[in-house]
Design a protein around this ligand. Structure first.
Ligand code: ZN
Ligand code: ZN
Length: 354
C-alpha cells in the first residue's frame, strides 16, 4: 500500500477499527487517485480495494495508484460488502460525516452481524498537509485563476451584468484547460452585502462595490481568491470599509505560520475589524483549508481547535457586509511554512477603482 493508504489504515486502526470503508468523493480520490463520482474504498488487512461500477472500469484502472485493486460491481455496495466481509467481525469504520442515514441503514440491514465504528474527519485530517505534487497542482490553479481575472478587469464597467462577468471569468478558466472550483460569485452594489450571493442580472453602476470570488481547478485541486473592486468612484464609507478589511486580512497573514493555532489567526483579523467598530458585520470565519475541496480542514474560525502546520493551504478572507449598502471581502490563500504564509495569488489587493 502507498503512504497515504498506510497512514489512513493506521489512523482507523488507532480508533479501534479492523477495517474501514471510505465513501466520500474527495477522500476516495486522495487515497486512490480515482476521480470518478461513484465508488468506495475498503481498507482491510493491509489491502486497499476501490469498488466502483461498470461506467468507471477503464477510468479507475487508469487513474488508481499502485497498491489499489479495482473491483467493478453491479448492484448495491452493501451486497458486495456482505460477500467481501464474510467472516469479518469488525468493527468496520464508516464516514459518519458523509454517509446518509439511508445508506447507513441499508448497510446495517445487509450486514447484520458486523460491528460498526462511526468516524468523522479521519481522512480529512490527513489531507490537511499537502505534498509537493498537490502544491504544484494548487499553484497551477492559481496561475490560471490570476490570469483569468486580469483578463476580465477591462470588462468591469458600468452596464455589464454580474452574470456576464461571471460567465466571462469562467469561460477564461475553462479555456485555459482548468475546471471550476465552485460557482463563481459576482455581486455588486447592495447585492455585495451577501457573502455568498449568486450572480444576478443586475448591471454595474458607478459607485458600486463589486465582489468577485472565484476558483479554478487543476488536477482536482482548487484555487480560491476574492477581490472587491469599485466602479468609477467610491464613497468615504466604502473606502473606510475596504481599508479595514485589507488591514484585517494582512493582520491574519502576519500571524499565520507553522505551530500557530488557527483560532489565533481568526482573532487577529477580528481584532482589526472590532477596533474599527464593525465586528457585528464580520459574519463568518477568517478562512479555511483548500485542496481537493474548496472548503476543507483546517478551519480558521472562532471555535477552531486546529493548529497550522507547514504544508497546509489556507485562506485569509475577512469581510464586512452592510445590508442595503454593500460589502467588501478580500481573500488571499497561502501555503503555511515555518516562517509564515507564502501567498499563491499575485493579484493586487489594494483598492482598485475601475
Ligand atoms: Zn473564495
Ligand atoms: Zn474561501
Amino acid at each position: 500500500m502507498s503512504g497515504r493508504l498506510k497512514r489512513a489504515e493506521g489512523a482507523f486502526r488507532q480508533l479501534g477499527a479492523e477495517a474501514a470503508l471510505i465513501s466520500d468523493g474527495a477522500n476516495r480520490r486522495w487515497l486512490t487517485g480515482f476521480s470518478g463520482s461513484s465508488g468506495a474504498v475498503l481498507l482491510l488487512d493491509g489491502t486497499a480495494e476501490l469498488v466502483t461500477d461498470g461506467r468507471y472500469t477503464i477510468q479507475a484502472a487508469a487513474e488508481c495508484r499502485e497498491g489499489v485493486q479495482v473491483v467493478t460491481h453491479r448492484g448495491p455496495l452493501a451486497t458486495w460488502l456482505a460477500e467481501r466481509l464474510a467472516g469479518v467481525h469488525g468493527p468496520l469504520a464508516v464516514e459518519a460525516d458523509h454517509l446518509t442515514v439511508a445508506e447507513m441503514a441499508r448497510l446495517k440491514k445487509t450486514l447484520p452481524g458486523l460491528a460498526w465504528l462511526e468516524t468523522e474527519g479521519v481522512v480529512a485530517k490527513l489531507r490537511m498537509v499537502k505534498d509537493a505534487e498537490e502544491l504544484q497542482a494548487i499553484r497551477r490553479a492559481f496561475q490560471v485563476a490570476d490570469q483569468a481575472f486580469s483578463a476580465l478587469l477591462p470588462a468591469v464597467a458600468p452596464g455589464i451584468s454580474e452574470i456576464e462577468l461571471a460567465l466571462d471569468l469562467e469561460a477564461r478558466m475553462r479555456g485555459a484547460g482548468a475546471g471550476l472550483g465552485f460557482d463563481t460569485i459576482v455581486v455588486s452594489g447592495p447585492h455585495s452585502a451577501l457573502p455568498h450571493g449568486q450572480p444576478s442580472g443586475r448591471r454595474l453602476e458607478p459607485g458600486d462595490l463589486v465582489t468577485v470570488d472565484w476558483g479554478a481547478t487543476w488536477q482536482g485541486y482548487t484555487s480560491d481568491a476574492t477581490r472587491t473592486l469599485a466602479v468609477g468612484r467610491l464613497d468615504p464609507r466604502g473606502r473606510q470599509i475596504y481599508q479595514v478589511v485589507k488591514a484585517a486580512m494582512e493582520a491574519a497573514i502576519r500571524v499565520a505560520k507553522d505551530g500557530v493555532s488557527a483560532r489565533t489567526v481568526h482573532e487577529a483579523a477580528l481584532a482589526v475589524i472590532a477596533e474599527a467598530g464593525w465586528a457585528d458585520r464580520f459574519v463568518h470565519g477568517t478562512g479555511h483549508g483548500v485542496g481537493l475541496e474548496v472548503h476543507e480542514a483546517p478551519s480558521l474560525g472562532a471555535r477552531s481547535e486546529d493548529i497550522l502546520a507547514a504544508g497546509m493551504v489556507v485562506t485569509f478572507e475577512p469581510g464586512i457586509y452592510i445590508e442595503g449598502y454593500g460589502g467588501v471581502r478580500i481573500e488571499q490563500t497561502g501555503i503555511i511554512t515555518e516562517g509564515g504564509a507564502e501567498l499563491l495569488s499575485h493579484l493586487a489587493t489594494d483598492l482598485q477603482i475601475v
